[in-house]
Design a protein. Structure first.
Length: 125
């Protein structure tokens, strides 16, 4: 059995009975990379990449013309957003991280709803 320790730089290898440990900088746990500095931006970047994969896996369904936008939004919330926010309960977000998540969400919603037409009325006296 092998145990990985994150963040302790003084210990490189430790063995107790049949248990061996190794000091590492990054560790993949449940599909996400944990690091010694506890930087979430790497996890968010991976999450958005997985979210893109989830979107393109469901792109044919989302691009159907006869499907209502409400249904497409439900598909987004259940099949794409959950991929991105997996284990988000433990995240400590900075303003930049929140902005990156909002950017991704706007990109997907723009693909669902299309571009927004803004009409400006000018009255001349």
């Amino acid at each position: 059995m092998q145990i990985k320790i994150i963040g302790i730089k003084d210990i490189t290898h430790l063995k107790i009975d049949n248990f061996a440990s190794e000091s590492v900088e990054n560790f993949n746990y449940l599909g996400f990379i944990l690091n010694a500095d506890n930087k979430i931006n790497i996890v968010i970047a991976e999450g958005t990449a997985k979210g893109n994969k989830a979107y393109y896996a469901n792109a044919k369904l989302i691009k159907l013309k006869f499907l209502k936008k409400n249904s497409k939004t439900k598909i987004y919330k259940t099949m794409i957003r959950t991929v991105i926010t997996y284990s988000s309960e433990t995240w400590t977000l900075t303003a930049k991280d929140e902005n990156n998540l909002r950017i991704f969400e706007r990109q997907i919603l723009r693909k669902i709803y299309g571009p927004v037409l803004i009409v400006i009325q000018i009255t001349i006296w």
